[in-house]
Write a protein that binds this ligand. Structure first.
Ligand code: AMP
Ligand code: MN
Ligand code: MN
Ligand code: MN
Length: 279
């Protein structure tokens, strides 16, 4: 089965409208797709309709921004959530609410670097104004010729420690996992190789606290993972008895390292998270 359980549409910081994302996944041979927009559920109905018309299995999802320990941002994916659940919807509305002010601070910081009018510029790339984020600023800086590509923008300006970075308070780990469970979903630690700020002990603590909150799965195969990192987190899944997920984290053609459905296979001895979701 070609399952891709991590993807983004223009409802957050992807480039394709939800229906177009679903069509692209289908064209790439995906049998089971989850749309997991950041902190937002608005694309799920359109995506589900399109998947149904194509006869493709679809899982409603979300990727929640979390602040963990010493201000480290981590991402928790929720799979199989009920988009109509009020607790999840209210929690996500709170997580989204600081983005506009953060964007204003980011624009002011970039202004100090001599890069002008980035808020208006980023807004042109954010179809959903409530979800304006770093990717939209990055795309504007590329489009206006300041930087050659999105990765370079992050390297020079938007990654933590760079002059355009603005720290932000997201959800707590316990709240994020709790909302996902309240909505009937399965919580997944997204792309664990990306949390370079966490020490080895910090990463263990993340998995401890995640399991204690009721989290059940880890992304073993992720767009950002090298084969070595897949092996490393396959070992974590075995040792901790976690279900294994697989997702490209596709955002945009020409920007995302892995396209929809083009991920490595999960190691065969692991239990895929989709078995827990009825597939
Ligand atoms: P935000 O939620 O506004 O902090 O934006 C986070 C998003 O920025 C991630 O979900 C990615 O889509 C994107 N991103 C983060 N780091 C990088 C990077 N180094 N290169 C390209 N995109 C990145
Ligand atoms: Mn993103
Ligand atoms: Mn993420
Ligand atoms: Mn993602």
């Amino acid at each position: 089965m070609n399952a891709d359980l991590h993807s983004h549409s223009s409802i957050s910081d992807g480039c394709l409208e939800p229906a177009a994302l679903v069509r692209r996944a289908h064209a790439h041979g995906v049998d089971l797709l989850a749309l997991t927009d950041h902190d937002e559920l608005d694309g799920l109905a359109e995506a589900a309709r399109e998947a149904e018309s194509l006869g493709m299995n679809f899982i409603p999802g979300v990727e929640i921004s979390v602040s963990f320990l010493d201000d480290t941002t981590i991402h928790i994916v929720g799979l199989g959530i009920d988009p109509a659940n009020a607790e999840l919807a209210q929690g996500l509305a709170r997580v989204r609410s600081g983005r506009e002010e953060r964007a204003q601070h980011m624009a002011a910081a970039l202004e100090k670097c001599g890069i002008h009018d980035t808020l208006q510029g980023a807004r042109r790339f954010a179809r959903n104004p409530a979800m304006i984020g770093r990717a939209h600023f990055a795309r504007y800086l590329v489009a206006s010729g300041v930087m050659p590509d999105v990765n370079t923008v992050f390297e020079h300006y938007l990654a933590r420690g760079k002059p355009g970075f603005v720290s932000h308070q997201w959800a707590s780990l316990e709240d994020a996992v709790g909302w996902i469970r309240a909505a009937g979903g399965v919580a997944v630690v997204a792309h664990p190789s990306r949390y370079h700020r966490l020490s080895t002990a910090g990463l263990e603590r993340l998995f401890d606290d995640f399991a204690a909150a009721g989290g059940e799965a880890v992304e073993v195969v992720a767009g950002a993972h090298t084969p070595e990192e897949m092996k490393r987190f396959a070992t974590v899944a075995r040792r901790r008895g976690l279900l294994a997920s697989r997702g490209s984290d596709f955002h945009c053609e020409g920007e995302s390292p892995v396209d929809l459905g083009r991920c490595h296979e999960l190691p065969p001895d692991l239990t895929p998270v989709w078995t827990r979701l009825g597939y």
